[in-house]
Design a protein around this ligand. Sequence first.
Ligand code: FES
Length: 152
Amino acid sequence: MSEEIIETIGASNGVREMLSNAGYSDKAIQYYLEKPYMGVLSDADQVSEMTGTCGDTMAVYLKVAHGKVTDVMYQVMGCAGAISAAMAAVDLVKGKNIEDARNLEDGDIFRVLQDIPVKKHHCIQLAVKALHLTIDAYQQSQNPKTQDTSFK
Ligand code: FES
């Protein structure tokens, strides 16, 4: 094994231990370290962004076909809680009908993550709200009649 790989493993073990001591479950840590859905979708049907009261920001890239969520990616400029919550959200909504995806709740993510520090629970809310915002914007773009057309 090269020195570089050994160093990387050592560093990720250090992060793992730190997050575990802070109250993150193994599942949440795995999402944070692997970041399977972190990035952009160049062909997204909708991209929306939300900043939480803590100042962290999430952008959600949504791809939809025939009423189903076919792909989602998050760009997260935030903490480990935010990243793990966003990654869990994708696993929960990918392949679902858009209406079912819109029904995602904080508790669904909490059940997947099993445990994150109490002071990080608002990070789950941010991941859910950002997704809701994106789905709402997508649905509005598909039904222009429901858009606000009043003169301002
Ligand atoms: Fe802001 Fe986690 S501290 S989303």
